[in-house]
Design a protein around this ligand. Structure first.
Ligand SMILES: Cc1ncc(COP(=O)(O)O)c(C=O)c1O
Length: 375
């Protein structure tokens, strides 16, 4: 059994993926190329944004967003305390300060009330300028964008949607990657839309931001091309081979994978309803279920379940064991009195089960039985 079954997905899409890969090999167009252009157009249309600029990975996509909005020394960047380090790393890398905020106890996404508390604490202290928010769609679920947008507007903050885990999710008819001033995603193989290596993308509706991203991705190229360097940038491109793989996968995601993920999540939630805290998806939101995470009673129950699943060779993961404020790299960042009650509690109790669109009901029953046995 696989935690995320990329082999089953490849078997389902083999003929289209193989043909596209052969096409790239025959054309010998490895950097840039027609698949990259076609993919960018289709991704932008899928999420409902004017522009998609692909790049080398989701971390670069976030760094590009920081560069576009000139986030740096003296700036406070508000991030959720429970996420992967890619969401919080760029602030430190560019000399800004990550100010962590608690998550909500139900969606596990950035808490709008904690965000506002932290903004006010930064303003009261008067040392940093509140500049941006990284809103992370954790585990494939979406943030409360109505509430977060209102806070960002009130304080004039740039909102960056980190949709690395949520490509394919939606809220009130609006797709992940369509929120915020700029949005980023990852095509890491295990993501809801993953390639066969690394890949990422930035989404924007702003003509100037799109031009700037395209320049920054290619060493700050100017109107004269890649040897007309007008600013410092990076080398961050999506290969044509990865675009060739992503095109049939994007179609499958849209055609049936999002639905198949809902069906699998529903089976788990029904089986575990009165045994664990099951995931909460707000009215009007469709999660893409990058992960299916349960909350055990406490850490020792969680660890007992994990030990039993390991004995039965059932893959499982903990996303994430440590909140950002407690990571060694961030231990000296200012917390402004925030206690991160919800993030600490979540990290102490969470565990994730196999989740992907090719999970069969039989496999799921085996997983459910093993978890219940462990209780
Ligand atoms: C929330 C989040 N943001 C950003 C990233 C970075 O993506 P990549 O691995 O493509 O750099 C990840 C990857 O795991 C992620 O989970």
């Amino acid at each position: 059994m696989q935690f995320i079954d990329l082999k089953a997905q490849y078997q389902a899409l083999k003929s289209e993926i193989d043909a596209n890969i052969q096409n790239v090999l025959d054309s010998a167009q490895f950097i840039g190329g027609s698949f990259v252009k076609e993919l960018e157009d289709k991704l932008a249309a899928f999420v409902g944004r004017k522009y998609c600029i692909t790049c080398a990975n989701g971390t670069d996509a976030l760094q590009l967003a920081f560069m576009v909005y000139s986030i740096g020394a003296g700036d406070a960047v508000f991030c959720p305390d429970m996420t992967f380090i890619s969401s919080t790393e760029p602030a430190k890398m560019f000399g800004a300060t990550s100010v962590f905020c608690d998550i909500t106890p139900d969606t596990y996404c950035l808490c709008p009330q904690s965000l506002e508390r932290q903004i006010q604490a930064v303003l009261a202290e008067g040392k940093l300028k509140p500049k941006a928010v990284v809103a992370v769609d954790i585990l494939g679920n979406l943030c409360d964008y109505e509430a977060l947008s209102a806070v960002c507007e009130k304080y004039g903050l740039v909102m960056i949607e980190d949709a690395a885990q949520s490509f394919g999710a939606s809220q009130k008819g609006k797709k992940a990657c369509a929120f915020g001033h700029i949005a980023t995603t990852s095509f890491f193989p295990a993501k809801p839309l993953g390639c066969y290596g690394d890949g990422g993308a930035v989404f924007t509706d702003d003509d100037q931001v799109a031009d700037l991203c395209r320049s920054l991705c290619v060493h700050g190229k100017g109107p004269g091309g890649k040897y007309d360097n007008i600013r410092v940038g990076m080398n961050s491109r999506l290969d044509n081979l990865q675009a060739a793989v992503l095109l049939p996968k994007l179609k499958a995601l849209d055609d049936y994978e999002i639905d198949a993920r809902q069906a699998a999540a529903k089976r788990y939630s029904e089986a575990f309803a009165d045994k664990f805290v099951t995931p909460f998806i707000a009215e009007g939101t469709v999660s893409v279920w990058a992960q299916y995470a349960l909350l055990a009673e406490n850490t020792s129950q969680r660890d007992r379940i994990i030990a039993h699943l390991n004995e039965k060779h059932i893959p499982n993961m903990v996303y994430y064991p440590t909140p950002q404020h407690a990571l060694p790299v961030f231990r000296n960042e200012p917390c402004y009195g925030e206690e991160f009650t919800n993030a600490n509690d979540y990290c102490a109790r969470t565990f994730s089960l196999p989740m992907h669109p090719y999970l069969t009901a039989e496999e799921q029953q085996e997983i459910i039985d093993a978890v219940l046995e462990a209780l």
